[in-house]
Each structure stands twice: as structure tokens, then as C-alpha cells.
Design a protein around this ligand. Sequence first.
Ligand SMILES: Nc1ncnc2c1ncn2[C@@H]1O[C@H](COP(=O)(O)OP(=O)(O)OP(=O)(O)O)[C@@H](O)[C@H]1O
Ligand SMILES: [Mg+2]
Length: 495
Amino acid sequence: MQNVKLIKIAKKLNAELYGDENTLISDVTYDSRQAGANSLFVAVSGLTVDGHRFVPDVMRRGAIGVISESEMPSDFRGAWLKVENARHALAQAAAVIYQNPSHDLDLIGITGTNGKTTTTYLMFALAEANNVEGAMLTTVEYRIRDKSEPAVRTTPEASDTNKFLRRAVEENCKMAVMETSSQALDLQRCDDLRFRAAIFTNLTRDHLDYHLTMENYFAAKKRLFDGSLGEKPGLSIINVDDEWGSKLASELKSQNQKVATFAQNNSADLTAHNIEVSLLKGTSFLLKTGANELQIKSPLIGKPHVYNMLAATSAALELGYDLDLIADGLSRCIGAPGRFERIAHDGDFAVVVDYAHSDDALLNTLKTARELTEGKIITVFGCGGDRDKTKREPMGLAAGKLSDLVIVTSDNPRTENPLKIISQIEIGLKQTNCLYLTISDRSEAIYRAIKEAKANDVVLIAGKGHETYQIIGSDKFYFDDREIALEALKIFNYR
Ligand SMILES: Nc1ncnc2c1ncn2[C@@H]1O[C@H](COP(=O)(O)OP(=O)(O)OP(=O)(O)O)[C@@H](O)[C@H]1O
Ligand SMILES: [Mg+2]
């Protein structure tokens, strides 16, 4: 990291500067606890608190000054940069101070309702298979080569992303892949990043508590592709089986942007044929790239993952990776933890833990399970409290449509009454003929599901995936669906 003169930052931000132009700055942050000596603090009027509250605190910690949309208070002693948009300024200042790390490696961004995490893991694996050192930012973990730390949020704030990418460059990474959630795009966390390629997986209803309408949601995702971030991506990689994806592809093409499409059911640059899915053997398909055909075998289970593989392959080809090594990488990548993760045991039924926590994801996961077995599907799930309430009934409906037995339980109830959440899910379930039970204790619900399982059945434990906690009230307890499932299997004498 180099020290940057305040004037350089002010110019980049187009800010009104009050203070000594030559002061050297070495860091920028939105988090008062991180504001140390020689840093700038961006006071963002956030979703819950106003960053201006922390200004006296950051100045005591030795910060040089503040970036803000407000006028400098008359009694303020320090540097003040008045800007039009504090969030955008945070991204721009981070890019200047960390010297645009996204220019020093191949950065891939992935957006869409479902499949971001899985596609990120696939892309990371394809780099590995091609002996390219990589980094990734995902819902599950942040990773630089083989060093991993748990993720704080799917897409970090711009200063954290730039700091992370600078570290990746210093550790000789040549590529980085990141999930760019629609909320992060909307909150300008990815502004001023340069994407070598940007992937659109799909767009279905979720996160409508934040975006309110599908049009807003689409508009947020579009920011990754249309130059709103500052630069257009080198290549836009788009699922044209998705209605919104196909709209996006035509819009970008009409603006002469470079687009690569992928599909299972439509013609596209990259397509998948003869898809075969098996619970024990994984997924195989014939990949066609126009010029080449290649048989792909993957341990991932399900047609949705074929989309993720097509997307990652398309990005890998753009980076010049070898097609045979791509096939090799796909054959070894087990995807993201908690995404249709099979729990190993010697019983003649399957236990699967999946992160599906929207009606659409649940429906997709259940469809996958349905295609894989003649047996019964026993689904355990709940819905989070203090979050999107409109998805409870649709999730109940989705679960009821494709399961033989549903055990409705708690997810993270947070400060809501778990029984009330369960009763809202029941409204959806009652519209189906599905048999169901309600057991609000999640461990008990998982035990009961495994107890009910017979030959060829699938027990699907949905909603939490890789998460290792449950939030009840405002307390966070250790909880891992996979461990509870293993415990239950043991108790019922499977190993
Ligand atoms: N391409 C896809 N299309 C539809 N469903 C998918 C796809 N890929 C994965 N899924 C399903 O969607 C769920 C979430 O997958 P994943 O974690 O990869 O997506 P994500 O976009 O990162 O989600 P989140 O926004 O929750 O982090 C899983 O249930 C998975 O089985
Ligand atoms: Mg994710």
C-alpha cells in the first residue's frame, strides 16, 4: 500500500476539499472501528445508522478526515471532502488508495438470483485446474489461494473488496472471482471495479423485500453489465434460457457490447446436450462451444448446475484456459458447501443439505430430487424471521407440491415467534395435498425426517446449507444441519 496525497483523492472524487492538500492518506473505511491513523472515514447515511455519529470517534482514533455528502460542521478540525454521493466516493477512494487492484488481475463478477456461489466455486476450480493462482469472494468464505476466512457478507463494501484484491495481487493471484449480489450493486459496492467478465445466471423472485419490484431488481443487476459501475465488463456472459437474461443479452448486443450466451433449451454460444443426472453418479452432459464438443462429468447433481458449469466454462474460455483442463476441473469440483450437499452414510436413501431459501430455489431443488428418485421426498424447512414475509406462503406451496412429506420447522426465527412463521408457511402447504407435520425444534425435525426415510427416499434439509448457526431472538447458537443429520443417522444405526 502506498500513501496517496489528499488532493489526488479529492480530484478523483470531484470533491470540495477543506484541509491540507498534501496530507498523505493510507486507508479509507466506512467502519469507525477500522479508522486508524492516516485514514479517511466515509460517513454514509446507512440503512440503520448514520455514519456521521461516529465522526468524533474516528478523529480521536487518528483519522485525517471525513468524506461526506454534508457540509463541514463549523467546529470540525480535520480534512473534509464534500461529495455528491458518499457510497460512490467510498468505492472511488478505495480504488485510488489501493491502486486499482482489479486492473492487475482478471476479475470475474457473478450476479443472479441463484447459482452465484456455486459458479464462483466452479470458476475458482477451473483456475486451479489450469494452474492459475486465484482468489474468491463468496457467501461462504473469502479465499486467496489456499488461505480461507469465513465470509462476513456475500459482497463486501468497496474498501474491503479493494483491500482484499490488492492482497490477492501481492500474493501473485492472476484471477479473482466474486459474487456481486444485486443489493451490493445497488449500494454501489462494486463501483470502479474493472470486470474482465461478468456473468448473469438468472433472475427470479427473491430479495423483493429490498428491491420491491422485479424491474428494480433487474435494474440493480444490470449495473454490472451496462457501464454503470464506471467501466463495462470485457465480456458479458448470459443465460438466455432465462427471460430476463435474454432481454439483457439483446439490450447489450444492441449497444455493441461483447456478449457470450449459454443455454440448455435455446441456441447459444455455449450449450449443453444429453444431460444425465444421477443421485449417486452426479451429472454428465455434452458441452458444445461452436468449435468444439466435449463430454463433461461432474459430481454436482442437477440441471441447474449445468447452467453454472456453462457459465464458468464460458468465463474460463475467455481467460484462455485449456478446454480439456476445464473438463478436468469440472470433474473434480464438488461445488459450494451446503448446496445439494449429500451426507455420506450406508443407508439406501439419500440425505441432502441445501441452502434453498426462496420458493424458486426450493422448487428447483425439489425438482432435482424428484428426477433422481422413485422414492418419497421428505422435506424439512422453515423461513427466517424479520425477513421477507411474502415468501413464506409460496415456499409452503413449493414444498407441498413436490414433496411426499413436509416437516415444517424453524430457520432463523430471530425476534419473531417461530410458531407464527410456521403458521404462515402452512397457508401455502394447505393449498396442496401434501402430508405435513410441524416441529419447531430444528434438530427434532431433522431426526424425525431421517426416522421416516425408507429405501430410495430423499431427505431434503433445506434453508441453511453451510451455515453453522441458528439465530433465535437476538442470540446466535451453534447449529449445523449436516452435523445434526449425521447424529441422527448414527442414532438410527446408519454409518
Ligand atoms: N443455476 C441455477 N439455477 C437455479 N437454481 C440454482 C442454480 N444454481 C444453484 N441453484 C440452487 O439455488 C440455491 C442457491 O445456490 P447458490 O448458493 O449457488 O446461489 P447464490 O446465488 O449464491 O445464492 P445466495 O444469494 O443465497 O447466496 C441452491 O438451492 C441451489 O441448488
Ligand atoms: Mg451466494
